[in-house]
Design a protein around this ligand. Structure first.
Ligand code: CAA
Length: 260
């Protein structure tokens, strides 16, 4: 499958999608988001894919957010549809219950930052920067930023970023708990690959249950969340992966998980 605004390639268990509008700093227009949604079809249904990496083309940007040129003249109703479309695509990424890593290779602002927040993990190059400048445009973060960022780093720092609209460095993002790791510019791909491979070596069943427990449990009262955790763990215990994981440990060898 070929796309106008994305480059997609699979290596081993890992599917990489490159946002490919470098002249517009990989800004998200409707077509790019629709194409991204098609990639999610492949990610969801192809059992040979265990993890998605999202990154940006060029050396400057991961993604500069929603395409401001496309947004400029929208009516309120058209804007509602534009925002819901992006929200649905980003939410779907979380609901697939396979992990994703944003490889943030440059500027990640507005909807671009929000896309990275919908990924399970974020790994940034030293040249990356992060910001939610929507208040400077008379808008608010509308691709999930007001909800996901406080859940990831807490309300205080999230409000600091949203209210100021300022951009912070990869290092500050690391200290704030936004990114999981920072790599030298020329080591970003290699670092992301190492993280991806170590995750893909684990049981896909366990990973699915962990993502579900954290996502659903996060909006439940503690007792209900713990009950969910028990049910998901018991479900995992019935899998072939659990049998393989225990056998491998007892036989002192590496497990070979099939995700069943
Ligand atoms: N949409 C469309 N085009 C964009 C864009 C965007 N979000 N961001 C950058 N571009 C375009 C610029 O218009 C420019 O194109 P031209 O060469 O044709 O003029 C090109 O990309 C390069 O941009 P700059 O010259 O501005 O590059 P810079 O290095 O000087 O600055 C930047 C980089 C600080 C990211 C700056 O481009 C910028 O502030 N961009 C806008 C970021 C922004 O406000 N994003 C939020 C969008 S709203 C949103 O995302 C809402 C939501 O939550 C859903």
């Amino acid at each position: 499958m070929s796309y106008d605004h994305l480059i997609v390639q699979q290596q081993g268990y890992v599917l990489t999608v490159v946002l490919n509008r470098p002249k517009a700093l990989n800004a998200l227009n409707r077509q790019l988001l629709s194409e991204f949604n098609q990639v999610l079809d492949q990610f969801e249904h192809d059992a040979s894919i265990r993890l998605l990496v999202v990154t940006g083309a060029g050396e400057k940007a991961f993604c500069a957010g929603a395409d401001i040129k496309e947004l400029a003249d929208l009516s309120a109703l058209e804007m509602k549809e534009f925002l819901s479309h992006g929200q649905r695509v980003f939410r779907r990424l979380e609901l697939i219950r396979k992990p994703s890593i944003a490889a943030v290779n440059g500027v990640a602002v507005g909807g671009g930052f929000e896309l990275s927040l919908a990924c399970s993990l974020r790994i940034a190059s030293e040249s990356a920067s992060f910001g939610l400048p929507e208040a400077r445009l008379g808008m608010i973060p509308g691709y999930g930023g007001t909800q996901r960022l406080p859940r990831i780093i807490g309300k205080g720092k999230a409000l600091e970023l949203m209210l100021s609209g300022k951009r912070i460095s990869a290092e500050e993002a690391y200290r704030a708990g936004i990114v999981n790791a920072v790599a030298a510019v020329d080591l970003l791909d290699q670092t992301v690959r190492q993280w991806a491979e170590s995750i893909c070596a684990n049981s896909p069943v366990s990973i699915r249950m962990i993502l579900e427990a954290v996502d659903i449990g996060g909006s439940l009262a503690m007792d209900n969340a713990l009950a969910l955790e028990t049910s998901l763990d018991a479900l995992a215990a019935g899998s072939l992966d659990k049998r393989e994981g225990f056998a491998a440990f007892l036989e002192k060898r590496s497990p070979n998980f099939e995700g069943k």
